[in-house]
Each structure stands twice: as C-alpha cells, then as structure tokens.
Design a protein around this ligand. Structure first.
Ligand SMILES: C[S@@+](CC[C@H](N)C(=O)[O-])C[C@H]1O[C@@H](n2cnc3c(N)ncnc32)[C@H](O)[C@@H]1O
Length: 187
C-alpha cells in the first residue's frame, strides 16, 4: 500500500509501515529525525497523490481539552484554534480510502468545527508502554485498533517532563507500540 504519514517528524509510524513491506512516506513542516522517505513541507502539497491510507497527527496545541481555559486568556488563541480545527477537518475529509487522524481529547469548540466525534480512545498502556495518555482516533474504513500488550504500570510520564524548549515536541512523539499495532493490524 501507499501510506502517507502526515504531520510526522519522528518517522515512527512511517518506519512501522515500511517494516510491514509498505511504501510509506512521512510528511512534516520539520525535517525527519530518522532517515527515511520524508517530504518536508505542507501535507496539502502531496495529499492528492493516490494514497491508499493516511495516518495523520495534526497539531493539538489549540484543540486539546487540557488547554481550553487558555482560549480566552491569550488574544490570538481563538483564531489559531479555528485554523487548527479547520486543518484537522480538511484532513478527515480528504479523498483517501483509509484514514486515521489522531489527537488527544479535544474540546467542544474544536468539535463544533470538526463536526465528527472520535471513533476510538486508546492508551499507551494497551500497547506495551506503562504510561497513560488518552489518545483519540478518528477512523475511516479502518477497524478499531486492538490492544497488543496490556501492561499494569500506568505513569503520567509526559506530565512530569521538565520544562525545556523541546518539551512539546517530546510529548507529541508517537509511541512505538501504537505505531507497530497500526502497521500490523491495518496492513
Ligand atoms: C503533534 S505533532 C505530531 C508528531 C508526530 N506524532 C511524530 O511522532 O512525529 C504535529 C506536527 O504537525 C506538523 N504540521 C503542522 N502543520 C503541518 C502541515 N500543514 N503539513 C505538514 N505538517 C504539519 C508540525 O510541524 C508538527 O511536527
């Protein structure tokens, strides 16, 4: 299959699909952190190139429920939220046979624009990582992701990451166990 992994700089989902024998490409405004097929630029430059599947990880900074109280505290934030939600909706509506869009739990203002509730909620601890981070999947023509290795340890590692300029980037990297499950179950 031709698989587009949109909004991914880590290469983690891309490489999981390549391991399963697929022709996968990651795309991000940033360069890739792991050598492999990558387009650096706007995903809408390449989104119409006959993909069989797209896995997308759009930015959640202005959509996540955890940040909803900031919407009225910072003047520019509402506009950025609307832009982010429209970008998310455009990804969901693109003409690709199989689509998964991933994000944390989003707030109601973003949901009003996206107009489609998530299909499934997963956690890293269902896929071999002893951590909690509710992750929502919006699925089109894809089966629910089945847990592969449920572990009992459940820490909130990401909340405890010390402040640094890379903190939000580190928090956004896809868990390998989830990427592997996607590639194995959706192949
Ligand atoms: C939440 S991060 C996802 C990171 C991903 N889970 C990974 O493991 O690399 C969102 C990413 O979307 C990228 N992005 C934002 N707008 C984009 C666009 N128009 N086209 C491609 N990538 C975009 C950002 O640069 C950022 O790296």
């Amino acid at each position: 299959m031709k698989v587009l992994v949109a909004c991914e700089f880590s290469g983690i989902v891309r490489d999981a699909f390549i391991t399963q024998g697929h022709d996968a490409l990651s795309c991000d405004l940033l360069s890739t952190e792991s050598p492999g097929p990558h387009y650096q630029g706007d995903v809408f430059d390449i989104i119409h190139e006959s993909w069989d599947m797209m896995i997308a990880h759009p930015p959640c900074t202005y959509l996540a429920n955890s940040g909803v109280s900031w919407l009225y505290k910072q003047p520019d934030r509402w506009r950025k939220m609307v832009e982010g939600a429209r970008f998310f909706k455009a990804l969901l509506e693109v003409d690709i046979p199989k689509i998964c869009v991933e994000n944390p739990i989003i707030h109601g203002f973003a949901l009003d624009i996206i107009e489609q509730k998530h299909t499934q909620v997963i956690q890293p601890w269902m896929f071999g990582h002893g951590e909690t981070k509710a992750t929502c999947l919006w699925l089109k023509n894809l089966k629910f992701l089945k847990p592969t290795n449920e572990v009992t340890a459940r820490f909130q590692r990401l909340h405890r990451l010390p402040p640094s300029k890379d903190r939000s980037k580190l928090r956004s990297i896809t868990y390998k166990g989830i990427a592997q499950a996607m590639a194995e179950q959706w192949s």
